[in-house]
Design a protein around this ligand. Sequence first.
Ligand code: SF4
Length: 212
Amino acid sequence: MPTLDKSGKRKKLVVLHRELAACKACPQMIGPVVHGPPIVSAIYLLGQAPGPHEGRIGKPFAWTAGKTLFKWFDEQVGIDEATFRESIYMSAVARCFPGKAKGGGDRRPAPDEIERCEAYVRGEVEILEPKLVIPVGSLAISRVLGDFGKLDGVVGTQTRAPFHGVMTDVIALPHPSGASTWHRVEPGKTLLSKALGLLAAHPEIRKLKRAP
Ligand code: SF4
């Protein structure tokens, strides 16, 4: 597909969002579909799935995990939530709330649901051709880098990898969910700081930074 200009990319994203908003392909998923605005950005964040509140609020990362994620970016990357939301394209492995798991916490999207929703991720990546991808949490990281082993080996690194046919920089983050303790204890704490430092230094992030 030839590279589109900014307005062409935005138009394509609007069409994709229309299809996404009408999607009811997964019977176990709880609507509505959650997606961010059609921002033409070189930075693509891939989360796991919305929680129980995002559908009602109508935007991704709108509850507790979002608070933690935006705190990380505000304090250690130099990007506040408003700048983040208006400058970085926010996507997810699944765009509907999967419901609660039997043992508590949110259900992890099933392989067939991920497979179905991946068509939208592919479409977005083909349109945006991101220069930096930020997968958040193990599930999102595995969709970008494949079988990566443990979080300890991937968070705090920067790598180049093909993602839906686009060569891009990848800087992974742990999931900011309150249910996870990985990023609060060592070595996770130090590796998270390293990852946020890599983000702060990345040329695409530096373009968004507040003036000193
Ligand atoms: S999770 Fe994705 S594929 Fe499944 S219904 Fe929601 S938008 Fe459609």
